[in-house]
Write a protein that binds this ligand. Structure first.
Ligand code: PEP
Ligand code: MG
Length: 447
């Protein structure tokens, strides 16, 4: 159990130069940590609410209200001295109320009081939840009482506690920390770049080797892709997630460029496969999927187009192939694909067990994207991963397109045993820092 001596938020900038929330948290035993939250561009409409000021500064995207909510109401409710002063929580103990991760998250959810965390802001709530996780990990392992464990170990302990406590997850047994396979977003489209590509993410996924070896393989393919684009007179500037953003023509051209880079770097398409995030909500207009000026397709036509891609290209994973409410299209497609590729729900599921429950009933997906800020607390993120795993779905952890230097997503992916992790390309500090954290954890887990 952990007491919170101090929690203080600031407005900082994310990788797009837009405001986000950073929290400094100090525990009763003196552990001091910092955590910050990311922000999406192609956000699902069912995501927890990111509180923005809506004022002139930063085009309405300031987060001073979220910061004030932490420094005022949340700090009063969680910290010892001020809670006592305000008469809100605490037993009168000078150190204030004790929390574990679950009780902290439950308290934050109750304090907010809305279904989508819109009163205090999911950005405010997640920043506190993450900072608490990091502090509690630093202080003591929730299960064993052992001092100072890495965040991935702490997340793993929490997951196993949830499995033991929640009948929905009983089938899972114990989970061990494991290294996710990294998925590198090397061509950026959709809302992440002005490349003109309707598909948002084209990812390379080395299929074999250690984490270090997979990163080396990705680096070689990325270098080849850069050379090939440059030789064609195309831009090698990068988009929001560090992948190239050339005006390459069509989605098929992008896939051809990936295959050429894999082969050109000396690998086979068995050794390096492709994952796509269509983020199809972003090109769904008036009932049609507008792939390009010439291609406005129905759900059934789009499904056939994807099937053609699966036949022609080494694609093993398709995220958000349809818009976030096109449940039937997902379900029909998942049935047709029949395990030949993962059908991943991102905007469809929004890391939300209630939406995952619908997906389970409809057999709409075979994999769940996991983004903590879509739901807003660490505990609910754990529930989402465990729920996905209990359905036999592949958990796929993800950064956001607007990121900070915080690497919690990597520890969470490892601790919860997520099969894949996407954290952008091997470019832009806020992406590279995630892969460096993965390398660090890989060394620790092997040692
Ligand atoms: C995604 O759609 O998977 C993604 C990472 O993008 P964003 O953060 O913009 O939602
Ligand atoms: Mg997505």
């Amino acid at each position: 159990m952990t007491t919170i001596a101090k929690v203080e938020a600031r407005e900082i900038l994310d990788s797009r130069g837009l405001p986000t929330v950073e929290v400094a948290l100090e525990t009763g035993k003196g552990a001091k940590v910092i955590a910050s939250v990311p922000s999406g561009a192609s956000t699902g409409k069912n995501e927890a609410h990111e509180l923005r000021d809506g004022e002139k500064r930063f085009g309405g995207k300031g987060v001073r209200r979220a910061v004030e909510n932490i420094n005022g109401e949340i700090a009063r409710a969680l910290t010892g001295a001020s809670a006592k002063d305000a008469g809100e929580v605490g037993s009168g103990d000078a150190e204030g109320k004790e929390f574990d991760q679950r009780s902290l998250d439950v308290a934050l959810i109750a304090l907010d009081g809305t279904p989508d965390k819109s009163r205090l802001g999911a950005n405010a709530i997640l920043a506190v939840s993450l900072a608490f996780a990091r502090a509690a990990a630093t202080e003591t392992d929730a299960g064993t009482g052992k001092l100072g464990v890495p965040l991935y170990s702490y997340s793993n302990t929490l997951a196993n506690q949830s499995i033991a406590a929640d009948a929905r997850f009983a089938s899972l047994g114990q989970i061990a920390p494991s290294l996710p396979t990294p998925s590198f977003n090397v061509l950026n489209g959709g809302k992440h770049a002005d490349s003109g590509l309707s598909i948002q993410e084209f990812m390379l996924v080395p299929q074999r080797g250690t984490t270090t070896e997979r990163i080396e393989v990705a680096a070689a393919c990325i270098a080849k892709l850069r050379d090939n684009l440059h030789a064609r007179g195309l831009s090698i500037g990068v988009g929001d997630e560090g992948g190239f953003a050339p005006k390459i023509g069509s989605n098929e051209d992008a896939l051809d460029a990936l295959v050429a880079a894999i082969i050109g770097a000396g690998y086979t398409t068995d050794e390096v496969k492709i994952a796509i995030d269509a983020a199809a909500s972003s090109f769904f207009q008036e009932g049609k999927y507008v792939l390009s000026a010439q291609q406005a397709l129905s759900s059934a036509e789009l499904a056939r187009w994807y099937e053609g891609l699966l036949t022609k290209y080494p694609i093993f994973s398709l995220e958000d192939p349809f818009a976030e409410d096109d449940w039937d299209a997902f379900a029909e497609f998942a049935k047709k694909v029949d395990g030949r590729a993962l059908v991943v729900g991102d905007d469809l599921l929004t890391t939300n067990v209630a939406r995952m429950q619908i997906a389970a009933e409809k057999h709409a997906v075979t994999s769940a994207l996991i983004k903590p800020n879509q739901i807003g607390t660490v505990s609910e993120t754990i529930d989402a991963v465990l729920f996905a795993r209990a359905q036999g779905w592949v958990p796929f952890a993800s950064h956001r397109s607007g990121e900070t230097g915080d690497t919690a997503i990597v520890d969470i992916a490892v601790g919860l045993g997520c099969t894949y992790l996407k954290a952008g390309s091997l470019a832009r500090g806020e992406r590279v820092v995630k892969y460096n954290r993965l390398l660090e954890i890989a060394d620790e887990l092997v040692a």
